[in-house]
Design a binder for this molecule. Structure first.
Ligand code: PLP
Length: 363
Protein backbone atom coordinates (compact mmCIF):
# COMPACT_ATOMS: atom_id res chain seq x y z
CA UNK A 1 0.00 0.00 0.00
CA UNK A 2 2.78 2.42 0.91
CA UNK A 3 4.77 1.51 -2.21
CA UNK A 4 1.68 2.24 -4.27
CA UNK A 5 1.38 5.71 -2.82
CA UNK A 6 5.09 6.35 -3.20
CA UNK A 7 4.91 5.40 -6.89
CA UNK A 8 1.87 7.49 -7.64
CA UNK A 9 2.45 10.60 -5.52
CA UNK A 10 3.28 13.48 -7.87
CA UNK A 11 6.75 14.31 -6.59
CA UNK A 12 8.85 16.90 -8.34
CA UNK A 13 12.60 17.29 -8.35
CA UNK A 14 13.83 18.71 -5.04
CA UNK A 15 10.75 17.58 -3.06
CA UNK A 16 11.14 16.54 0.56
CA UNK A 17 9.33 13.79 2.45
CA UNK A 18 9.34 14.33 6.19
CA UNK A 19 9.20 11.15 8.21
CA UNK A 20 10.38 9.88 11.59
CA UNK A 21 13.23 7.71 12.79
CA UNK A 22 10.62 5.35 14.26
CA UNK A 23 9.46 3.84 10.98
CA UNK A 24 9.20 0.23 9.92
CA UNK A 25 11.27 -0.30 6.75
CA UNK A 26 7.92 -0.41 4.89
CA UNK A 27 7.44 3.29 5.52
CA UNK A 28 11.06 4.27 5.02
CA UNK A 29 12.53 2.47 2.00
CA UNK A 30 9.74 3.35 -0.50
CA UNK A 31 10.46 7.08 -0.12
CA UNK A 32 14.22 7.04 -0.47
CA UNK A 33 14.37 7.08 -4.26
CA UNK A 34 11.38 9.40 -4.63
CA UNK A 35 12.35 12.47 -2.64
CA UNK A 36 14.83 13.82 -0.12
CA UNK A 37 13.97 12.08 3.15
CA UNK A 38 14.13 14.13 6.35
CA UNK A 39 13.70 12.22 9.61
CA UNK A 40 12.48 13.74 12.85
CA UNK A 41 12.85 12.09 16.26
CA UNK A 42 12.08 13.03 19.85
CA UNK A 43 13.79 10.55 22.18
CA UNK A 44 13.61 6.88 23.11
CA UNK A 45 10.82 7.34 25.64
CA UNK A 46 8.49 9.72 23.81
CA UNK A 47 6.34 9.90 20.70
CA UNK A 48 7.16 12.54 18.10
CA UNK A 49 6.82 16.07 19.43
CA UNK A 50 4.68 18.01 16.86
CA UNK A 51 6.97 21.02 17.23
CA UNK A 52 9.70 18.98 15.49
CA UNK A 53 7.45 18.57 12.47
CA UNK A 54 6.72 22.27 12.43
CA UNK A 55 10.44 23.07 12.49
CA UNK A 56 11.17 20.57 9.70
CA UNK A 57 8.37 21.95 7.55
CA UNK A 58 9.58 25.47 8.16
CA UNK A 59 13.08 24.40 7.06
CA UNK A 60 11.82 22.63 3.95
CA UNK A 61 10.48 25.96 2.62
CA UNK A 62 7.47 24.56 0.81
CA UNK A 63 9.30 21.59 -0.70
CA UNK A 64 7.47 19.06 1.51
CA UNK A 65 4.18 17.90 0.03
CA UNK A 66 3.92 14.74 2.06
CA UNK A 67 4.56 13.80 5.68
CA UNK A 68 4.68 10.06 6.42
CA UNK A 69 4.52 8.80 10.00
CA UNK A 70 3.82 5.60 11.80
CA UNK A 71 0.67 5.66 13.93
CA UNK A 72 2.29 3.41 16.54
CA UNK A 73 5.79 1.97 16.60
CA UNK A 74 6.11 -1.78 16.14
CA UNK A 75 9.26 -1.62 18.31
CA UNK A 76 8.39 0.53 21.33
CA UNK A 77 4.60 0.73 20.93
CA UNK A 78 4.79 4.54 21.18
CA UNK A 79 1.72 6.20 19.64
CA UNK A 80 2.41 9.30 17.61
CA UNK A 81 0.02 12.29 17.88
CA UNK A 82 -1.25 11.78 14.34
CA UNK A 83 -4.06 14.36 14.46
CA UNK A 84 -1.74 17.11 15.71
CA UNK A 85 0.83 16.14 13.09
CA UNK A 86 -1.90 16.20 10.40
CA UNK A 87 -2.95 19.68 11.45
CA UNK A 88 0.59 21.00 11.21
CA UNK A 89 1.23 19.27 7.86
CA UNK A 90 -1.93 20.87 6.43
CA UNK A 91 -0.98 24.30 7.75
CA UNK A 92 2.13 24.03 5.58
CA UNK A 93 0.21 22.76 2.53
CA UNK A 94 1.43 19.15 2.88
CA UNK A 95 -0.59 15.95 3.07
CA UNK A 96 -0.07 13.16 5.58
CA UNK A 97 0.17 9.38 5.32
CA UNK A 98 -0.22 7.37 8.51
CA UNK A 99 1.22 3.87 8.54
CA UNK A 100 -1.46 2.32 10.75
CA UNK A 101 -0.25 -1.29 10.54
CA UNK A 102 0.48 -1.26 14.27
CA UNK A 103 -2.16 1.26 15.36
CA UNK A 104 -5.30 -0.06 13.65
CA UNK A 105 -5.54 -3.33 15.64
CA UNK A 106 -5.13 -1.49 18.95
CA UNK A 107 -6.92 1.88 18.74
CA UNK A 108 -9.83 3.55 17.04
CA UNK A 109 -8.73 5.78 14.14
CA UNK A 110 -10.81 8.64 12.75
CA UNK A 111 -9.62 9.74 9.33
CA UNK A 112 -11.92 12.77 9.34
CA UNK A 113 -13.61 14.56 6.49
CA UNK A 114 -12.14 16.35 3.54
CA UNK A 115 -11.03 19.83 4.48
CA UNK A 116 -10.91 19.16 8.22
CA UNK A 117 -7.59 20.39 9.54
CA UNK A 118 -6.83 17.22 11.52
CA UNK A 119 -7.94 14.75 8.85
CA UNK A 120 -5.65 11.93 7.73
CA UNK A 121 -5.13 12.01 3.96
CA UNK A 122 -3.83 8.46 3.50
CA UNK A 123 -3.87 5.49 5.82
CA UNK A 124 -2.15 2.16 5.23
CA UNK A 125 -2.98 -0.97 7.18
CA UNK A 126 -2.12 -4.60 7.16
CA UNK A 127 -4.57 -7.53 7.34
CA UNK A 128 -2.44 -9.95 9.29
CA UNK A 129 -2.02 -7.46 12.13
CA UNK A 130 -5.82 -7.31 12.46
CA UNK A 131 -6.43 -11.04 12.83
CA UNK A 132 -6.98 -11.59 9.08
CA UNK A 133 -4.73 -14.00 7.16
CA UNK A 134 -1.47 -12.88 5.56
CA UNK A 135 -1.56 -11.18 2.20
CA UNK A 136 -4.21 -8.47 2.35
CA UNK A 137 -3.97 -4.83 3.35
CA UNK A 138 -5.41 -1.47 2.44
CA UNK A 139 -4.47 2.00 1.34
CA UNK A 140 -7.31 4.37 2.19
CA UNK A 141 -7.18 7.93 0.92
CA UNK A 142 -8.17 10.62 -1.52
CA UNK A 143 -8.45 9.26 -5.07
CA UNK A 144 -7.19 12.31 -7.00
CA UNK A 145 -3.60 11.28 -7.48
CA UNK A 146 -4.72 7.87 -8.69
CA UNK A 147 -7.13 9.39 -11.23
CA UNK A 148 -4.25 10.90 -13.16
CA UNK A 149 -1.46 9.03 -14.90
CA UNK A 150 -0.86 5.34 -15.32
CA UNK A 151 -1.10 2.69 -12.63
CA UNK A 152 2.06 1.12 -11.28
CA UNK A 153 0.88 -2.38 -12.20
CA UNK A 154 -1.00 -2.96 -15.42
CA UNK A 155 -3.19 -5.90 -16.27
CA UNK A 156 -6.63 -7.47 -16.23
CA UNK A 157 -9.48 -5.85 -14.33
CA UNK A 158 -7.97 -2.36 -14.44
CA UNK A 159 -9.39 -1.24 -17.79
CA UNK A 160 -12.67 -0.29 -19.47
CA UNK A 161 -11.39 -0.53 -23.03
CA UNK A 162 -8.27 -1.76 -24.78
CA UNK A 163 -7.38 -1.62 -28.47
CA UNK A 164 -4.01 -2.34 -30.07
CA UNK A 165 -2.90 1.21 -29.32
CA UNK A 166 -5.21 2.59 -26.67
CA UNK A 167 -6.21 1.97 -23.06
CA UNK A 168 -9.12 3.50 -21.18
CA UNK A 169 -8.48 2.92 -17.47
CA UNK A 170 -11.21 2.27 -14.93
CA UNK A 171 -11.64 4.70 -12.05
CA UNK A 172 -9.57 4.10 -8.91
CA UNK A 173 -9.44 1.83 -6.99
CA UNK A 174 -10.00 -0.73 -9.81
CA UNK A 175 -7.43 1.07 -11.95
CA UNK A 176 -4.80 0.25 -9.31
CA UNK A 177 -5.84 -3.37 -8.79
CA UNK A 178 -4.64 -5.20 -11.88
CA UNK A 179 -4.66 -8.98 -11.80
CA UNK A 180 -6.80 -11.55 -10.06
CA UNK A 181 -7.67 -10.15 -6.66
CA UNK A 182 -7.01 -11.84 -3.33
CA UNK A 183 -10.75 -12.25 -2.75
CA UNK A 184 -10.45 -14.43 0.34
CA UNK A 185 -7.92 -12.05 1.87
CA UNK A 186 -10.09 -9.01 1.24
CA UNK A 187 -13.24 -10.62 2.64
CA UNK A 188 -11.28 -11.82 5.68
CA UNK A 189 -9.82 -8.34 6.26
CA UNK A 190 -13.30 -6.76 6.08
CA UNK A 191 -14.68 -9.36 8.51
CA UNK A 192 -11.75 -8.89 10.89
CA UNK A 193 -12.28 -5.10 10.88
CA UNK A 194 -16.02 -5.55 11.49
CA UNK A 195 -15.38 -7.97 14.33
CA UNK A 196 -12.89 -5.61 15.96
CA UNK A 197 -15.42 -2.80 15.64
CA UNK A 198 -18.21 -4.96 17.08
CA UNK A 199 -16.00 -5.93 20.01
CA UNK A 200 -15.23 -2.23 20.48
CA UNK A 201 -11.85 -0.58 20.08
CA UNK A 202 -12.18 1.02 23.52
CA UNK A 203 -12.57 -2.46 25.00
CA UNK A 204 -9.53 -3.62 23.03
CA UNK A 205 -7.51 -0.71 24.45
CA UNK A 206 -8.77 -1.25 28.02
CA UNK A 207 -7.98 -4.95 27.96
CA UNK A 208 -4.55 -4.32 26.50
CA UNK A 209 -3.81 -1.64 29.11
CA UNK A 210 -4.55 -4.09 31.95
CA UNK A 211 -2.18 -6.64 30.45
CA UNK A 212 0.54 -4.15 29.63
CA UNK A 213 0.49 -2.43 33.05
CA UNK A 214 0.86 -5.80 34.71
CA UNK A 215 3.62 -6.93 32.38
CA UNK A 216 5.70 -3.78 32.68
CA UNK A 217 5.29 -3.68 36.46
CA UNK A 218 6.34 -7.33 36.69
CA UNK A 219 9.33 -6.78 34.42
CA UNK A 220 10.44 -3.73 36.41
CA UNK A 221 10.93 -6.06 39.38
CA UNK A 222 13.24 -8.47 37.56
CA UNK A 223 16.96 -7.74 37.89
CA UNK A 224 18.65 -7.89 34.51
CA UNK A 225 15.73 -6.71 32.35
CA UNK A 226 16.76 -3.83 30.12
CA UNK A 227 13.82 -2.05 28.51
CA UNK A 228 14.32 -0.85 24.97
CA UNK A 229 12.34 2.39 24.80
CA UNK A 230 10.05 3.49 27.63
CA UNK A 231 10.34 1.72 30.99
CA UNK A 232 6.76 2.49 31.92
CA UNK A 233 3.36 1.91 30.34
CA UNK A 234 0.89 4.67 29.59
CA UNK A 235 -1.98 3.70 27.27
CA UNK A 236 -2.34 7.32 26.16
CA UNK A 237 0.96 7.14 24.32
CA UNK A 238 1.68 3.44 23.96
CA UNK A 239 0.11 0.28 22.60
CA UNK A 240 0.90 -3.07 24.19
CA UNK A 241 4.28 -3.62 22.57
CA UNK A 242 7.22 -3.98 24.95
CA UNK A 243 10.78 -4.44 23.73
CA UNK A 244 13.56 -5.53 26.05
CA UNK A 245 16.72 -7.55 26.50
CA UNK A 246 17.85 -9.80 29.31
CA UNK A 247 21.27 -8.62 30.43
CA UNK A 248 24.05 -10.90 29.22
CA UNK A 249 21.83 -12.91 26.85
CA UNK A 250 21.62 -12.52 23.11
CA UNK A 251 18.07 -11.59 22.08
CA UNK A 252 17.80 -14.71 19.92
CA UNK A 253 18.79 -16.87 22.86
CA UNK A 254 16.17 -15.32 25.13
CA UNK A 255 13.55 -15.86 22.43
CA UNK A 256 14.65 -19.47 21.95
CA UNK A 257 14.41 -20.25 25.68
CA UNK A 258 10.99 -18.64 25.91
CA UNK A 259 9.84 -20.71 22.97
CA UNK A 260 11.47 -24.07 23.73
CA UNK A 261 11.05 -24.18 27.51
CA UNK A 262 7.94 -22.09 28.15
CA UNK A 263 5.94 -22.29 24.92
CA UNK A 264 5.90 -18.50 24.61
CA UNK A 265 6.23 -16.90 21.17
CA UNK A 266 7.96 -13.54 20.97
CA UNK A 267 9.59 -11.75 18.08
CA UNK A 268 13.29 -10.92 18.29
CA UNK A 269 15.74 -9.07 16.10
CA UNK A 270 15.42 -5.58 14.64
CA UNK A 271 11.71 -5.82 13.79
CA UNK A 272 12.27 -4.43 10.27
CA UNK A 273 13.15 -1.07 11.80
CA UNK A 274 16.94 -1.07 11.78
CA UNK A 275 17.56 2.70 11.89
CA UNK A 276 15.26 2.99 14.94
CA UNK A 277 16.77 -0.04 16.67
CA UNK A 278 20.28 1.32 16.14
CA UNK A 279 19.19 4.55 17.76
CA UNK A 280 17.56 2.74 20.70
CA UNK A 281 20.61 0.51 21.20
CA UNK A 282 22.91 3.55 20.99
CA UNK A 283 24.78 2.18 18.01
CA UNK A 284 27.53 4.48 16.75
CA UNK A 285 28.13 5.16 13.04
CA UNK A 286 31.39 3.18 13.34
CA UNK A 287 29.59 0.16 14.78
CA UNK A 288 26.98 0.39 12.06
CA UNK A 289 29.67 0.54 9.36
CA UNK A 290 31.49 -2.44 10.91
CA UNK A 291 28.27 -4.47 10.97
CA UNK A 292 27.40 -3.53 7.39
CA UNK A 293 30.78 -4.76 6.16
CA UNK A 294 30.50 -8.02 8.07
CA UNK A 295 27.06 -8.64 6.59
CA UNK A 296 28.09 -7.63 3.07
CA UNK A 297 31.06 -10.01 3.23
CA UNK A 298 28.85 -12.84 4.54
CA UNK A 299 30.97 -13.09 7.66
CA UNK A 300 29.59 -14.67 10.79
CA UNK A 301 28.31 -12.00 13.14
CA UNK A 302 25.82 -11.86 16.00
CA UNK A 303 23.16 -9.40 14.95
CA UNK A 304 22.10 -6.74 17.43
CA UNK A 305 18.48 -6.50 18.42
CA UNK A 306 15.92 -7.01 21.13
CA UNK A 307 13.05 -9.23 22.22
CA UNK A 308 9.47 -8.00 21.80
CA UNK A 309 6.44 -9.00 23.79
CA UNK A 310 3.15 -7.84 22.32
CA UNK A 311 -0.50 -8.49 23.00
CA UNK A 312 -3.49 -9.60 21.02
CA UNK A 313 -7.10 -9.39 22.19
CA UNK A 314 -6.96 -13.09 23.12
CA UNK A 315 -4.18 -12.73 25.71
CA UNK A 316 -5.03 -13.05 29.41
CA UNK A 317 -3.69 -11.80 32.74
CA UNK A 318 -2.78 -15.40 33.63
CA UNK A 319 -0.56 -15.54 30.55
CA UNK A 320 1.20 -12.39 31.73
CA UNK A 321 1.94 -14.18 35.03
CA UNK A 322 3.42 -17.13 33.14
CA UNK A 323 5.53 -14.77 31.04
CA UNK A 324 6.88 -12.87 34.06
CA UNK A 325 7.71 -16.12 35.80
CA UNK A 326 9.54 -17.35 32.71
CA UNK A 327 11.54 -14.11 32.48
CA UNK A 328 12.47 -14.31 36.16
CA UNK A 329 13.83 -17.81 35.62
CA UNK A 330 15.71 -16.89 32.45
CA UNK A 331 17.22 -13.78 34.06
CA UNK A 332 18.65 -15.85 36.92
CA UNK A 333 19.95 -18.52 34.54
CA UNK A 334 17.37 -21.09 35.57
CA UNK A 335 16.77 -22.83 32.23
CA UNK A 336 17.46 -26.35 31.05
CA UNK A 337 18.97 -26.39 27.56
CA UNK A 338 22.44 -25.59 26.25
CA UNK A 339 21.67 -23.03 23.58
CA UNK A 340 23.96 -22.67 20.59
CA UNK A 341 23.74 -20.21 17.72
CA UNK A 342 22.63 -21.39 14.31
CA UNK A 343 24.61 -18.98 12.10
CA UNK A 344 22.61 -19.83 9.01
CA UNK A 345 19.30 -18.77 10.52
CA UNK A 346 20.52 -16.28 13.11
CA UNK A 347 18.62 -18.27 15.77
CA UNK A 348 19.65 -20.17 18.85
CA UNK A 349 18.69 -23.78 19.44
CA UNK A 350 19.15 -26.06 22.45
CA UNK A 351 21.76 -28.72 21.65
CA UNK A 352 19.55 -31.34 23.24
CA UNK A 353 16.60 -30.71 20.92
CA UNK A 354 16.34 -30.98 17.16
CA UNK A 355 12.94 -30.20 15.72
CA UNK A 356 11.80 -32.54 12.97
CA UNK A 357 9.95 -30.17 10.67
CA UNK A 358 8.86 -33.04 8.44
CA UNK A 359 6.72 -34.25 11.30
CA UNK A 360 4.69 -31.03 11.25
CA UNK A 361 5.00 -29.77 7.68
CA UNK A 362 4.96 -32.55 5.19
CA UNK A 363 5.40 -30.78 1.85
C1 PLP B 1 4.46 -0.36 11.79
C2 PLP B 1 4.45 -1.34 10.65
N1 PLP B 1 4.40 -0.87 9.40
C3 PLP B 1 4.39 -1.70 8.35
C4 PLP B 1 4.45 -3.07 8.50
C5 PLP B 1 4.50 -3.95 7.28
O1 PLP B 1 3.31 -4.55 7.02
P1 PLP B 1 3.25 -5.74 5.96
O2 PLP B 1 3.81 -6.93 6.67
O3 PLP B 1 1.81 -5.86 5.66
O4 PLP B 1 4.07 -5.34 4.80
C6 PLP B 1 4.50 -3.60 9.77
C7 PLP B 1 4.57 -5.06 9.92
O5 PLP B 1 5.42 -5.65 10.48
C8 PLP B 1 4.51 -2.72 10.89
O6 PLP B 1 4.57 -3.17 12.13
Amino acid sequence: AINKLSHRFPFEKGDVVITTLMEHHSNDLPWRDKAQVVRIYSDEKSPINPKLLQDALEKSQGRCKLVVVTGASNVTGLINPIYDLAKIAHQYGAQILVDAAQLAPHRKITMGKRGEEQSIDYLALSGHKMYAPFGSGALIGWPEIFEQGEPEYKGGGAVKFVSRDEIVWKEPPEKEEAGSPNVVGVVALAMAAKNLQAFGMDRVADHEAKLAYKLVEGMQGIPGIEFIGPETYNPEVRVGVIAFNVKGLHHAKTAAILSCEFGIAVRNGCFCAQPYLKQLLHFTDEQSEWLKNKIKNDEEVELPGAVRASFGVYNTLEEVDVFIEALEKIARGDYQGTYVPDPERGDYWPKEFKPDYQEFFNF
